[in-house]
Design a protein around this ligand. Structure first.
Ligand SMILES: Cc1cc2nc3c(=O)[nH]c(=O)nc-3n(C[C@H](O)[C@H](O)[C@H](O)COP(=O)(O)O)c2cc1C
Length: 225
């Protein structure tokens, strides 16, 4: 996998310079070779860069650098945006990383996510990332009429690789909790128009894998810039 990463400042919201569109590229597969979601997400980034070469890409590999499960004390500090006073060094480091994750998300206009389908849903590393970006007052707020999404206007492209077949109408369709989950959770923070490209049945046979990848790559090619 080749991924070019043009780092941008991520430790404080609003410190990014320049007018280039900022793209956050995330991967989640535990596979370091032969991962279809990684191959597809890299292809999607390359596709967008072809149209907008000065796009600023920041890469985060959640499998290589997992965030870990959110704890009560780090959650409290992260939600407040500051040290709550008695965090130990490990918690402080988690808090700092959580802040970076949130800032990367908030300051990116486009998010491209390679998602591996594990046990009917997203990898736990992605769930841990989602736990850092869903923050009241930052990406959503409560109102008398319900939750209001504050992250509107971002473009989120999901490249999902599933070993079996879960598409609409298939016998296993009711066990699909990755695309459905991502649509729900991003909708809560104001992003309703998730673009999802799926390669499925990829572990059933080499023929199905090749056909699924070819079809997904065709869809990636048609992504609007
Ligand atoms: C831990 C683990 C759990 C998986 N669970 C499922 C599953 O529930 N359903 C399925 O169809 N495929 C499952 N698979 C297969 C993956 O969805 C498939 O290999 C996919 O290509 C993974 O993405 P990747 O190629 O980017 O690694 C699982 C694979 C792993 C490693």
């Amino acid at each position: 996998m080749s991924v070019t990463s043009k780092p941008f400042v991520t430790d404080a919201i609003g410190q990014l310079g320049g007018n280039a569109v900022r793209l956050l590229h995330i991967d989640t597969s535990i596979k370091t070779t032969g991962s279809l979601s990684r191959e597809m997400s890299a292809a999607a980034v390359e596709r967008l860069k072809r149209e907008a070469p000065d796009i600023a890409v920041h890469y985060r590999d959640l499998a290589a650098h997992p965030l870990g499960d959110l704890t009560e004390r780090v959650f409290a500090a992260h939600a407040k945006g500051a040290d709550i006073g008695d965090l130990d060094p490990a918690e402080l480091s988690d808090l700092a990383e959580s802040g970076k994750v949130l800032a990367e998300f908030l300051t990116s206009e486009v998010i491209v996510m390679g998602v591996a389908f594990y046990n009917f849903t997203v990898p736990s590393s992605l769930k841990a990332w989602i736990d850092r970006i869903c923050v009241a007052g930052k990406t959503f707020s409560y109102s008398a009429s319900g939750v209001i999404g504050l992250a509107r206007g971002k473009r989120v492209i999901v490249l999902l690789a599933r070993g079996g077949i879960y598409g609409e109408g298939s016998p296993n369709g009711r066990n699909e909790h990755a695309e459905t989950y991502l649509r729900s959770v991003f909708s809560v923070i104001g992003i309703d128009n998730l673009e999802v490209i799926v390669a499925e049945g990829v572990d059933i046979s080499p023929e199905l894998r090749a056909a699924a990848l070819e079809s997904a790559m065709g869809s990636i090619e048609t992504l609007a810039a």
